[in-house]
Design a protein around this ligand. Sequence first.
Ligand code: ADP
Length: 480
Amino acid sequence: MGANDVLARLNSSGFLRTQGFIGGKWVDAYDGKTIQVNNPATGEVIADVACMGTEEANDAIASAYEAFQTWSKVTAAERSKLLRKWYDLIIANKEQLGELITLEQGKPLKEAIGEISLGASYIEFYAEEAKRVYGDIIPTNMPDRRLFLLKQPVGVVGAITPWNFPFAMIARKVGPALAAGCTVVIKPSELTPLSALAAAELSLQAGIPPGVVNVVMGIAPEIGDALLASTQVRKITFTGSTAVGKKLMAGAAGTVKKVSLELGGNAPCIIFDDADLEVAIKGTLGTKFRNTGQTCICANRILVQEGIYDKFAKALSDAINNLKVGDGFTEGVVQGPLINEAAVQKGAEVLLGGKRHGLGFTFYEPTVISNVNNEMRISREEVFGPVAPLLRFKTEEEAISIANDTNAGLAAYLFSSNVQRTWRVAEALEYGIVGINEGLVSSEVTPHGGVKQSGLGREGSKYGMDDYLEIKYVCLGNMC
Ligand code: ADP
């Protein structure tokens, strides 16, 4: 089935939402303006969605603030039940939601449905975690006092998300936020708002009260500034570029908001001479070519030890040659288009590929570039495309030094069969996530986040809940 048929079906079944979602109601931009959403595989317009700004954002904040007064007092068990219902509805409709992602973002349908399942798993996990937010009692230091700690929701949360995982990046923020008792104003990427809007509709159907989840999109800086300026918004959670993350962090200072930031990565993937070649190739393909290379934990620099370099370079090129490129709705396609024309123009020099794919437009050939060094631009910046640059190294110390020579510190990967080495190198890498002999490491049960300029805070796992909670110390005096 082609994109246009899918679009028509989604439209008639009510999955194609184009308005903002404020206080449980679907609303147009107040001035009636819209913004186009395009299919990255064809450039065709899929939808005209509301182009909102300051006023709509302020109303969304007001509705989230009002809803917070009740949602924060609902029992954890009740919040858990409603989140679980939302999860069930998302899973029941994962094909349609996945189709929306392929339409707006381009990734192959199977991968898009996988993203829905991944995102939903965060909602399920935090539905369970909601019931496990325990406080504490501190042994008193004075006989007439009792000392307690309460964990309470931080308040209204502004969640700003990117286009590469249009649903999962939202789910892993909104899941823990709602579980903790917070309410949210979501600003999805203007390039990919459709799956977020459809998921918001399902939250209402699940019985999550109006105002707990709000979605506004349009003029990003206006919405961002409204969230930053409001004293009712107590936290900003952001996934996206380091440049915008820094702006938001600076902007949050005005009202001293909490911030969680998941910013750019520059992941090294280190292949040692003693690696199992097959495991290394499988892992490298997994981390480099997932989402057509457009993830912040994608391997950005593949460091290969000199003894295995030639063998690895050939095996990787052979494997990449077999990756089928095309429209995400075509059976067997594993590499979709890049998000837009701007992403294609980054290009570079080459062992395999290195140019636009024969399909033209936003399609790029899966590419291997040999003999790269760490000073080249391709090693300093995020590639965010299906391009694998290979860097040659001699010693373990050299590999660690190259790997850490960056301001980013999100994910790193290493392939080796020597257990002592894997521990040594994992400990030495200045990264928030390390995959050993494995390229796909994200899940709802593990903490995701970076060090250095890759961000602040963690998403997923029991630790992800802390980002949405305040600790209140209560002292009860005059006991005797
Ligand atoms: P990417 O390179 O992944 O698109 P961006 O940081 O540009 O990363 O975008 C991530 C999200 O941040 C998107 O939702 C985008 O609209 C939003 N954004 C961009 N600029 C601003 C801004 N000044 N204030 C608030 N949000 C912004």
